[in-house]
Design a binder for this molecule. Structure first.
Ligand code: GLA
Length: 683
């Protein structure tokens, strides 16, 4: 566990996360199409909603605000000045105007001991004027104040701040007297007392105060609160803690998406607070995080110190069109329409009949993601309006909803059967044919495409392609078209050369187009694309661990060269060991894993001794697969920790790309340390 405080009563959320997401990831890693879940909530699921929501009129849309935890944990900068500063910025920077209301204090606001009367005492170093003063300040700005405690004897921090178990009524009374409007109620040190009982007691205690207080259940999804908490709290955490990383955000996303049927006005799934702005992800990734939380109707609690936030962070958090998706009064959580190959389509029904559609690219290279108006649940119509909520532009479409989405990016759209569709210019889709691979110093032809998705024609179309600095890009075909009708594509060929000596890896190119609508509106659009610079595989036999990789994904930590996978930082593994045999060469991975190598149609064979590494005692079940382009050329079936190494050989003759894949053996990824010992390539 990597938490700064100890816990006595929780199972590791990290493991839980892996177990819950494994099936989904596994299918995606194997390139299998997942069945598309039905869009509408089936009546059976609706009936299965355990209990009606609390009918107190609170949180009819997902709560929006701020919480200090993700940016400060318990560090000293969490204090009155911070809370007031954030409240000031809510007003000054337009966040209050965008809908953000709650300014919430997390753990560590109190002293470790109650006073002689059993009352909670604010830490005088952090809150010298008490909590009431902070509440007054926040209220004077038209905002609301939130506080935190645990449904246990102590909170989660190892300093041992008092929890509310056994003090529910007096603590709730104290919060209400201070003017608190929101309570986050955690799960640490719960002494094994039944969760439903603990969370119901605090609900009743809050109600008894007579003050409207939004009640946030934080038991990390351990007792499936989505099944019983609709009439207990207004929101419930569905997962362990988020951290400021792409993998954490992704793992939580995948746990929260299937819970869509359980969310609604006054009772929301909570995939934890936002990390936007904290520095561990790129702005593209933060836009995905914010888009996906909004399409999931998640609470939007800003988790960055706004006093230090960049303009880019304010632009993301303050995007009112995206916030409107989250805050739609119908209160539906978006559902997964498709997710094959890391190409996610998530659609959310909106009160006005439109659909918010997130085209999310989980993969590390730009990909085309497509669906249709009918598939996301819109009625048949001649044309639709399609609003891009990040570009703030409106187009018409004949029904196709598609975009080439950059690596880790999300295109967020709002699509509507709108009789005024014809007043908007046609949407076009920009893309590249195939997955572009080139060798440094050798020209390669890349083909760009521009397709009219509109009901109306795109006229006077022109296209350009720009490569990274130092590359040469020359048109090798005409680059203009007089007009493109609905569904028609202009293909343009480009001779692209990366200078000799360009290191292997992924590089960004930009395809741009300009065109006119039939009414003369001029439109420009562009899309970032990726090309990979590769080196031809060496002749003879090489260890795969010594060759450059095209891409690599891994369940925990990075893929390790010549050691096992230690789950965390690079280089934290041990000697590769299967069934007592130690190997000096190979790759150490953790399911779900997928590593690709460029073989340039020049190689014949991959061999390896594979198995679960001995370091995990008795646990771990995995299956190994070797893929030659789109074909599974060899596989082991499920291997357990108890088994000796299995010799695996694959004929990969003629393959352009070879992939080493490890799945979880069907039981989640817990302890799945997998070794590709002695993995070799013959060319
Ligand atoms: C738990 C919660 C977090 C945070 C910390 C505070 O880990 O899940 O969101 O409140 O406790 O200690």
């Amino acid at each position: 566990m990597r938490h700064p405080h100890t816990r006595t009563t929780r199972t590791t959320p990290r493991r839980l996360a892996g177990a819950l997401t494994a099936g989904l990831l596994c299918a995606a890693a194997a390139g299998l199409a997942l069945p598309a879940p039905a869009l509408a909530v089936p009546p059976a699921t609706r009936a299965a909603q355990a209990s009606p929501a609390l009918d107190d009129g609170l949180a009819l849309t997902p709560p929006m605000g701020f919480n200090n935890w993700n940016s400060t944990h318990c560090r000293a900068e969490f204090d009155e000045a911070m809370v007031k500063g954030v409240a000031d910025l809510f007003v000054q920077k337009g966040l209050k105007d965008a809908g953000y209301r709650y300014v919430n204090l997390d753990d560590c606001w109190a002293l470790p001991n109650r006073d002689a009367h059993g009352q909670l005492v604010p830490d005088p170093a952090r809150f010298p004027n008490g909590i009431r003063a902070v509440a007054d300040y926040v209220h004077a700005k038209g905002l609301k104040l939130g506080i935190y405690t645990s449904a246990g004897t102590k909170t989660c921090n190892s300093a041992g701040f008092p929890g509310a178990l056994g003090h529910e009524y007096s603590d709730a009374r104290q919060f209400a007297d201070w003017g608190v409007d929101y309570l986050k109620y955690d799960n640490c040190n719960n002494q094994g007392v039944d969760a439903q009982q603990r969370y119901r007691t605090m609900r009743d205690a809050l109600k008894a105060t007579g003050r409207p207080i939004v009640y946030s259940i934080c038991e990390w999804g351990q007792n499936k609160p989505w099944e019983w908490a609709a009439d207990v709290g207004h929101l419930w955490r569905t997962t362990g803690d988020i951290s400021d990383s792409w993998s954490s955000m992704l793992s939580i996303l995948k746990q929260n998406l299937p819970l869509a049927p359980h969310a609604g006005p006054g009772h929301w799934n909570d995939p934890d607070m936002l990390e936007v702005g904290n520095g561990g992800m790129t702005d593209t990734e933060y836009r995905s995080h914010f888009s996906l939380w909004s399409v999931m109707a998640a609470p939007l609690l800003i988790g960055t110190d706004l006093r230090k936030a960049s303009q880019a962070t304010y632009d993301i958090l303050g995007n009112k069109e995206v916030v409107a998706v989250d805050q739609d009064p119908l209160g539906k959580q978006g559902t997964v329409v498709s997710s094959a190959g890391g190409r996610w389509v998530v659609a959310k029904e909106m009160k006005d009949g439109s659909r918010a559609v997130a085209l999310f690219n989980e993969s590390g290279a730009a990909q085309r993601i497509a669906t249709t108006a009918g598939t996301v649940g819109l009625p048949a119509a001649a044309g639709y309006t399609l609003r891009d909520l990040w570009q703030h532009r409106t187009y018409n479409t004949a029904g196709t909803i598609a975009a080439t989405v950059p690596a880790h990016g999300t295109v967020l759209l709002r699509v509507q059967a709108d009789p005024r569709w014809a007043t908007q210019p046609p949407a076009v889709e920009l893309g590249l044919d195939g997955s572009p691979l080139l060798q440094a110093g050798t020209p390669a032809t890349l083909t760009g495409t521009v397709t009219d998705l509109g009901r109306t024609p795109a006229q006077r179309v022109s296209v350009t392609l720009d490569g990274p600095a130092g590359w040469t890009v020359r048109a090798a075909s005409p680059t203009t078209a007089t007009a493109l009708a609905t569904g028609e594509t202009l293909r343009t060929d480009w001779r692209v050369t990366a200078p000799a000596g360009t290191p292997t890896g992924s590089y960004g190119l930009t395809l741009r187009t300009g065109y006119r609508s039939p009414t003369g509106t001029r439109v420009t659009a562009e899309v970032p694309l990726t090309a990979s610079v590769v080196v031809p595989p060496p002749g003879g036999t090489s260890y795969l661990g010594d060759l450059p990789r095209l891409s690599a994904t891994n369940g925990w930590g990075p893929v390790e060269r010549d050691t096992s996978n230690g789950e965390d930082a690079a280089g934290d593994g041990h000697p590769l060991t299967i069934g007592g045999t130690v190997y000096t060469k190979g790759l150490g991975v953790h399911a779900l894993s997928d590593i690709s190598f460029y073989t340039g149609k020049d190689c014949e064979k991959v061999t390896a001794d594979v198995g679960v590494d001995d370091e995990k005692d008795t646990k771990g079940t995995v299956a190994f697969e070797i893929w030659a382009d789109g074909t599974r050329a060899a596989s082991t079936g499920v291997l357990t920790n108890a088994m000796p190494a299995r010799a695996l050989t694959a004929d990969i003759t003629g393959a352009q790309v070879v992939r080493l894949v490890v799945t979880d053996g069907g039981d989640g990824i817990d302890s799945d340390h997998a070794d590709w010992a002695d993995a070799r390539l013959d060319c």
